[in-house]
Design a binder for this molecule. Structure first.
Ligand SMILES: *[C@@H]1O[C@H](CO)[C@@H](O)[C@H](O)[C@H]1NC(C)=O
Ligand SMILES: *[C@@H]1O[C@H](CO)[C@@H](O)[C@H](O)[C@H]1NC(C)=O
Length: 321
C-alpha cells in the first residue's frame, strides 16, 4: 500500500424560534452563536517519497471538503510554530480537527502540537469557553494518548474494510448521534457504512481497564478487528466536547479510489453529512475570533490550491504546505 500514498501503517481518521401567534413575534432565549466558525486542522508530515516534491506537510482535501460541507471553514496549522504562536491561534479558531495519517503519537511534531491545543482546550472548557476537538483515525488515537497520558494502542487491524457499528447503549443518548433519523441509526448498525484503514487501535478491554479513559470518554461504538479483538470505534467526551472515530467519515463523500472500500451508499453519505454538520455546530458555540477580517482571510485555507493526486495517491486532491 505504501506506493498509493494512502497512509496505512499506523492509522491509516437553533435556537431561533419565532412564535407566530396573533401577538408580536417572541424571540425565545438562545445561546449566543458564532455562525462563521473556523476549524483548525493540523498538517501531517509528508513521508511518502512520491509526495515529497510538493511540500513537507500536507492535508488531504477530503478532510477540508468534509469540514466545509458542515458549514465551517478551515485554517491549516503548520507543525513548526512556537507554543506562543499556537496559543495565539487558539484564541482565533473555533475547534480543532485531528486528521488521519501516520506519526508517532508521543514524540512526533503533530503529537507535540496536538498536546498544546489539547491543554488549552481543557483549560478553556473548564473556564466556560467552549472549544471542541474532533479526532479521526490517527486523530482519535492521539486523543486517547493525550487523555491517558500514555500510548495504549495495540494491534487491532481493520485494513480496507467497511463495517457497521456495534453501537453501545450510551450511543442512543450521545451528542454525536443525537437527532439522527431512526432509519439511519438502524442502517449504521446493519450496513457497512464506516471505512476502516488502521492497524493499531484501542481495545475495548484496555478502554474499560483504564480509569483515565473510561472516566473521560463514553464508549459509543465498538468493532471487531481481524485478530478478533474488540476495538473502540467511536468515543465522545463526557464533560468535554471532544470526539473520536477510528473510522473515516470523510471518505464516504470525498474519496473515490477504486481499490479501497469507501462506502458511498445513500446512508453512508447521509452519515458523513450529519457528522460534518454536527461538528460545525459545535464550532458555532465557540466565540473565538480573529483580530480582523484581513487576518482571518490570510489564515484560511482558501489561499492554497490543492494538487491533483489521484495518479500517485489514494486521494483525489491534496493540499501541500
Ligand atoms: C457488541 O458490543 C457488546 C458490548 O457492548 C458486546 O457484548 C458484543 O459482543 C459486541 N458484538 C459485536 C458483534 O461486536
Ligand atoms: C499526475 O497528473 C498530473 C496532471 O495530469 C501530472 O502533471 C503529473 O505529472 C502526474 N503525476 C504522476 C506522478 O504521474
Amino acid at each position: 500500500m505504501s506506493n498509493t500514498g494512502f497512509p496505512t501503517y499506523l492509522c491509516l481518521f437553533f435556537a431561533c424560534s419565532f412564535c407566530c401567534s396573533t401577538a408580536m413575534p417572541t424571540k425565545l432565549t438562545q445561546e449566543v452563536v458564532n455562525d462563521r466558525p473556523v476549524i483548525g486542522v493540523l498538517t501531517q508530515i509528508v513521508s511518502d517519497e512520491v509526495m515529497k516534491p510538493f511540500g513537507s506537510t500536507y492535508i488531504p482535501a477530503s478532510y477540508v471538503k468534509y469540514i466545509e460541507s458542515g458549514g465551517s471553514r478551515v485554517m491549516p496549522i503548520r507543525l513548526t510554530l512556537t507554543t506562543a504562536e499556537y496559543e495565539n491561534i487558539f484564541k482565533k479558531i473555533n475547534g480543532l480537527f485531528l486528521i488521519g495519517g501516520a506519526a508517532d503519537l508521543e514524540t512526533s511534531d503533530i503529537a507535540r502540537v496536538a498536546k498544546i491545543f489539547y491543554k488549552l482546550a481543557l483549560e478553556a472548557n473548564d473556564a466556560g469557553d467552549f472549544f471542541p476537538i474532533w479526532g479521526t483515525c490517527m486523530g482519535m488515537q492521539l486523543l486517547t494518548v493525550l487523555v491517558a497520558g500514555e500510548n495504549l494502542l495495540t494491534e487491532t487491524t481493520a485494513e480496507n474494510v467497511a463495517l457497521p457499528l456495534n453501537l453501545s447503549t450510551e450511543a442512543h443518548s450521545s451528542r454525536i448521534f443525537h437527532g439522527f433519523p431512526e432509519v439511519l441509526i438502524k442502517a449504521l448498525t446493519q450496513e457497512p457504512l464506516t471505512g476502516n484503514f488502521h492497524h493499531y487501535g484501542l481495545t475495548v478491554k484496555t478502554f474499560e481497564e483504564n480509569e483515565k479513559l473510561h472516566s473521560f470518554f463514553s464508549l459509543l461504538s465498538t468493532n471487531i478487528a481481524e485478530n478478533r479483538v474488540q476495538f473502540v470505534s467511536t468515543i465522545e467526551g463526557k464533560r468535554y466536547p471532544f470526539y473520536g472515530v477510528q473510522w473515516h467519515p470523510e471518505v464516504n463523500r470525498f474519496q473515490w479510489y477504486r481499490k479501497l472500500n469507501f462506502p458511498h451508499s445513500f446512508h453512508a453519505v447521509q452519515l458523513s453529512s450529519l457528522l460534518a454538520e454536527f461538528f460545525a455546530n459545535e464550532g458555532r458555540r465557540s466565540l473565538h475570533k480573529f483580530d480582523n477580517p484581513e487576518e482571518e482571510a490570510s489564515s484560511l485555507i482558501y489561499t492554497h490550491t490543492p494538487v491533483y493526486a489521484a495518479n500517485f495517491s489514494a486521494y483525489e486532491q491534496i493540499y501541500f504546505f
